[in-house]
Design a protein around this ligand. Structure first.
Ligand SMILES: C[S@@+](CC[C@H](N)C(=O)[O-])C[C@H]1O[C@@H](n2cnc3c(N)ncnc32)[C@H](O)[C@@H]1O
Length: 257
């Protein structure tokens, strides 16, 4: 990842861990339920979870199929998330690492290591927004990596497969998310740790919005995302609001030619 234009905090363990606490909060639970509803994972399927973080969506796919999903592969640029996947494997009693796996990879460069049609479906939670590309010639951030990632997702899905993902709305109101998260944070057994993580998440949230304003990250309107998905080769694109109106959930299908 380029650092000459400002540090990218996502690969750091501190940033990764700050976001592990999200799943205890009601706005995230709403988002997870909406994502799973459209993902509708089934036994035997191969799933990729892009920008998987601590693996909340991967775990939910495993549990929704009662452990009968074929494989779930989480991909993220922060190596610290490997430990979260190892912990999930223990808790779900999965003794085949390849069935609940983690790959450390920066998706801003595409999905290079993955062969065409490796997966039945791809899922992603609040992550593809952060695909970044800086154009040295013009001295500007561009959406090149974002568009390339959509095309790469289409490449690694089988025809007829789905891409179900969430992205934050333009100018997301983190304060609204935090307010609705408070009951979840205060209900858990480790209140102090949860509050600390929430505080850190808010601080990273300030960084994310500053970088979005200069075009590094991409909180795009829904019709813009739809247009990009179509250009990348997807059809049947639908979206709905979730995460207390601070994110869209999208569902798109790779056509069978
Ligand atoms: C808001 S968190 C969401 C994590 C997880 N999907 C969830 O639902 O809890 C965004 C995730 O995107 C990952 N990410 C950001 N930029 C990335 C990149 N260029 N390549 C791979 N992962 C990236 C971050 O490391 C982080 O785990």
């Amino acid at each position: 990842m380029p650092v000459a234009h400002g540090v990218n905090w996502w690969p750091s363990a501190a940033c990764a861990k700050a976001f592990w606490g999200q799943q205890d909060c009601p706005p995230y639970q709403e988002l997870l339920a909406d994502t799973l509803d459209w993902a509708d994972p089934r036994a035997g399927e191969r799933w990729l979870d892009l920008g998987c973080g601590g693996g909340a969506i991967s775990r939910a796919i495993w549990e929704k199929t009662r452990g009968e999903v074929g494989t779930v592969v989480g991909m993220d640029c922060a190596d610290a998330n490997a430990a979260a996947y190892a912990r999930h494997r223990q808790e779900i009693a999965c003794d085949q690492e390849e069935r609940f796996a983690f790959i450390c990879h920066d998706f801003s460069s595409g999905l290079g290591p993955l062969a065409d049609r490796t997966f039945d479906h791809v899922v992603s939670g609040l992550s593809i927004t952060y695909a970044e590309h800086f154009d040295e010639a013009t001295g500007r951030w561009t959406t090149t990596a974002y568009d390339r990632l959509l095309a790469e997702v289409c490449r690694v899905i089988r025809p007829g497969g789905r891409f179900v993902f969430s992205v934050n709305v333009p100018d997301p109101q983190w304060g609204k998310v935090a307010w609705h998260s408070l009951p979840g944070l205060l209900a858990g057994p480790k209140k102090l740790r949860s509050l600390k993580r929430a505080w850190r998440m808010m601080r990273y949230g300030g960084w994310l919005k500053r970088e979005a304003r200069v075009g590094r990250f991409h909180y795009l309107p829904a019709d813009d995302v739809t247009r990009r998905l179509t250009a990348a080769g997807f059809a049947e694109v639908h979206h709905r609001l979730s995460y207390r109106d601070q994110a869209f959930v999208f569902r798109a299908v790779k056509p069978v030619v």
